[in-house]
Design a protein around this ligand. Structure first.
Ligand code: LLP
Length: 384
């Protein structure tokens, strides 16, 4: 459970992100405990969820690898001390520059999303006289129980190569001179709490691996992506995601043989609950039939509610007692700049500190300078 050191926080300019490193460490310890019996399970952290150097360093110290989707993410992971041999690189649009960077750094694997990309990697690694490690990202056409914007494993999504094209994939791999085929990759979406979705992913992966091996390819690595969801309604009661149930799905349903490793790319479930966006109330305004709490944080600082109608708990950290209903909004000149409609909060006044909870994932990394607002800084519970 995150406790907020109000007197210490109150002296800081708002808005800012506040990270509970103790909770991050507890989360990472839980992952270690749940994978302890499976030395073949290798967890990579999906840097896109939060690339804050303070968090990356802790994650590196706990031995995780990194899942990157841009050259800058590869650099951030390396900068935090994550070994290049533990970095995987996905993304449908890797540029030549990014592929060359990955080759020069010696990353462990490119998760290749098209036959067109495979040909480019083969050519670029050939020019360097090296061999690129690649895994093929397949699109298993699984509808995950999550919102459409963050579902990635359906036929109509741009990600991966259809499992229907497996013959062409096998032939293309055999035709490449400058790649080393490592294995398979799938990622079906994000904020998934229905374990049945991951069971279907494991089953699809079993079938895909069998088909590739029947075609004479050796599958060393099986990457099942990320996607484990968290409870946005209960940031303190469910501070650590259900890693036990999640890893049990793969222990029970994924077929592996000696020598194979299973890779995970978890983002949200590692960092979401440890982060809050701390803001100050600028005005409490009476509107037409509604009362608005106007914060000094806006959709540019945390875009998830505006972009996905995502729920985040909003908590007044300055206690006055009472309970009132407010629409909590930011100062940005858009009607979508709303953090929550009809939110019950304690009596709220100008100058109060407010925490928007579960903001550690896809908060800071999706921030922008819209309205030329500055990027919010960040602090942790370890800062003086
Ligand atoms: N691996 C791949 C290939 C991915 O595309 C993603 C996330 C992950 C791993 C990590 O997924 P996670 O464990 O965090 O669910 N901005 C959205 C989420 C987009 C997720 C994109 N891909 C949000 O704020 O909900």
């Amino acid at each position: 459970m995150t406790t907020f050191p109000i007197t210490r926080l109150a002296g800081r300019r708002t808005p800012f992100y506040y990270y509970d490193i103790a909770l991050l460490e507890q989360t990472l310890d839980t992952i270690a405990a749940e994978t302890h019996d499976r030395p073949d399970f290798i967890v990579h952290y999906a840097v896109k969820a939060n690339a804050n150097p303070a968090l990356l360093r802790i994650i590196m110290q706990h031995g995780l690898g990194a899942d990157c989707v841009s050259g800058e993410e590869v650099k951030a992971a390396l900068g935090a001390g994550i070994d290049a041999g533990k970095i995987v690189f996905a993304g449908v649009g890797k540029t030549d520059e990014e592929i060359n960077l990955g080759l020069d750094c010696g990353i462990s694997c490119f998760n290749v999303e098209s036959l067109e990309e495979l040909a480019v990697i083969d050519e670029l690694s050939g020019r360097k006289g090296t061999k690129a490690n690649v895994a093929i990202r397949f699109n298993p056409d699984i509808k995950a129980s999550t919102i459409a914007q963050i579902s990635t494993g359906r036929r109509e999504n741009k990600f991966g190569i259809s499992t229907d094209m497996i013959d062409e994939v096998a032939a293309a791999i055999k035709g490449c001179r400058n790649i080393t085929f490592k294995g398979t990759h799938m990622h079906i979406g994000s904020q998934i709490t229905e374990m049945g979705d991951f069971v279907r992913l494991a089953q699809s992966m079993n079938a895909t691996v069998s088909t590739l091996e029947a075609k004479g390819l050796t599958v060393e690595t099986i990457n099942v992506g990320g996607g484990l969801g968290i409870d946005y309604h209960n940031p303190d009661g469910a501070a650590v995601a259900d890693f036990k149930a999640y890893f049990a799905v793969f222990k029970d349903n994924l077929r592996t043989r000696p020598g194979q490793t299973v890779h995970f790319e978890l983002g949200r479930s590692i960092v979401a609950q440890c982060g809050s966006l701390i803001s100050r109330v600028t005005y409490v305004k009476q509107g037409c039939g509604k009362r608005f709490v106007i914060l000094d944080a806006g959709m540019n600082d945390l875009v998830r509610p505006a972009m996905y109608k995502a729920h985040h708990e909003i908590q007044n950290l300055t206690p006055h007692g009472g309970a009132e209903l407010f629409d909590v909004v930011g100062p940005v000149c858009e009607s979508s700049d709303v953090f929550g409609g009809d939110v019950t909060m304690s009596t709220t006044r100008r100058g109060d500190l407010v925490a928007i909870r579960s903001a550690g994932a896809y908060g800071e990394t999706m921030a922008s300078r819209y309205n030329l607002r500055p990027l919010a800084p960040s602090y942790t519970d370890k800062d003086a």
